[in-house]
Design a protein around this ligand. Structure first.
Ligand code: HAM
Length: 429
């Protein structure tokens, strides 16, 4: 019987694993230099943690089951509810603001397609305990800091920034009430992903009055604050809306001053699919807009309170590995991750296996990545293996000394064995 990997999961053969490590290492390095510290939680959580406030879409994509004790559990589809749970449990002892990052393995029972899997990794950056727009700016800056380090430029990726409170206000004006607001937001979130007719159907089914759709679309299509003001100055002049606009303009100004303004643009069609967002929201896309979102996030000031904690400001984003990998490949930005050995040790004469083993042992203990052939065979064959293993040097042992060969240039230095083993780093540079 032959088994296949489960639908929507990936086998990480060494070359794929090297890529996964490259993404995770870069995420960690960028997080640390932006002042975030790492946390993680369990893969399994109580089902309720996700059904309370993640929203319908995620709830319908949960891998969930009842354990032998009758408990309803789920494999985490995101880590934000876990973060809120963990912070709430120690809220009085954690110094604020809390700047935490994580690289969790997540599970969503989505229909697998380009950039969407059932098991994936997601970099999370969150700041809890700050109501200031500066915290939103810091999170967005950190996302861009990473993308820029990976070689992506403003012509490759764009952060599209919208506002949940303004979108809610526009929906309220359209006649949507609180009880259907969540469904209406989820419908609006679908607009960029479906044809206009299909959107109209989804919107009306979610309780958005059909005769308000044009006005809502005109709001979503404004690309600047001025355009919004020209379209509807009465709407903008309402107090809550003025605040939301002030937050957006402060955010854009901070991002400009931090040197990443070129990557960012206003886009009121960004709503976010998750139900818990309360403020500025954003998604990162490839500039051509041909792929799904690379990252998404925003402010979620009510989530900790909803989970029984205090009212405390929170903001952050998640960036998945799948779309990012596709984008880096498309832009030719995947690094050469071939890796390899520092030195391949070869017995150049019969009867030298002990010397080979001694040399390999000494080199490895000295921090040099070294290996040797499992078979005693001709030097030419062993050199071939050294090349196949991507070794930088070959050390060819003979009774009267070692030939240390640079495999890139072909240059060879001959040294006494004792001297080579004493100071291998003088030769393996
Ligand atoms: P999200 O928009 O559900 O947000 O996911 C964020 C990113 O994770 C997406 O833009 C995408 O790159 C990746 N992603 C999501 N689903 C999949 C999938 N099935 N396969 C591959 N990649 C996927 C959240 O998860 C929020 N919890 C983020 C957040 C953190 N908000 C505040 N803090």
């Amino acid at each position: 019987m032959r088994f296949k990997a489960v639908k929507g999961t990936r086998d990480f053969y060494p070359d794929r694993m090297a890529l996964r490590n490259y993404l995770a290492d870069t995420w960690r390095r960028v997080s640390l230099r932006n002042g975030f510290v790492e946390f993680d939680g369990p893969v399994l959580e109580y089902l309720d943690l996700f059904s309370v406030k993640s929203g319908q879409e995620i709830a319908s994509q949960l891998f969930s089951f009842t354990d032998r004790g009758g408990r309803a559990l789920a494999m985490r589809p995101e880590i934000t509810p876990t973060l809120a749970r963990m912070v709430n449990a120690q809220i009085n002892s954690l110094p604020r603001p809390i700047k935490w990052f994580s690289v969790p393995r997540l599970f969503r029972a989505e229909n697998p397609q380009k950039g969407r899997l059932r098991e994936f990794f997601q970099w999370n950056i969150d700041i809890i305990g700050s109501d200031s727009v500066l915290a939103d700016a810091e999170c967005i800056f950190t996302a861009i800091d990473c993308l820029r380090e990976m070689g992506l430029k403003p012509e490759d990726v764009v952060v599209r920034i919208g506002s949940r409170p303004l979108t809610v206000a526009a929906l309220k004006r359209a006649g949507v009430n609180d009880s259907t607001m969540e469904a209406a937001l989820a419908a609006l979130d679908k607009r960029p992903k479906v044809a206009p007719d299909a959107f109209a159907e989804i919107a009306v089914a979610a309780g958005i009055p059909a005769d308000s759709l044009d006005e809502l679309c005109a709001f979503q299509d404004c690309k600047t604050i001025d355009a919004l003001n020209n379209l509807d100055s009465v709407f903008l002049s309402k107090e809550g809306n003025l605040n939301a606009i002030a937050h957006l303009s402060d955010l854009l100004q901070y991002l400009d001053v931090m040197g990443v303004g070129d990557y960012c643009r206003l886009d009121f069609s960004i709503v976010r699919g998750l139900a818990y967002y309360t403020g500025i929201v954003y998604e990162v896309f490839d500039a051509a807009g041909s792929l799904r979102a690379v990252a998404g996030g925003g402010r979620y000031d009510n989530l900790l309170k909803l989970f029984g904690g205090p009212e405390v400001g929170a903001t952050g984003f998640g960036m998945g590995d799948a779309v990012l990998e596709i984008l880096l490949a498309e832009k030719g930005k995947l690094p050469d991750l071939a890796g390899g050995l520092d030195c391949f040790v070869i017995d150049g004469e019969a009867g030298l296996l002990d010397k080979v083993l001694e040399a390999v042992g000494r080199l490895r203990q000295g921090g040099i990545a070294a290996d040797f052939s499992a078979k005693r065979q001709a030097v030419g064959k062993q050199l071939k293996e050294a090349n196949r293993r991507n070794a930088r040097y070959a050390a060819i042992l003979r009774a009267d000394g070692v030939g240390v060969k640079n495999l890139a240039t072909g240059e060879q230095t001959n040294v006494p064995i004792g001297e080579f083993l004493e100071k291998p780093k003088a030769y393996i540079i």
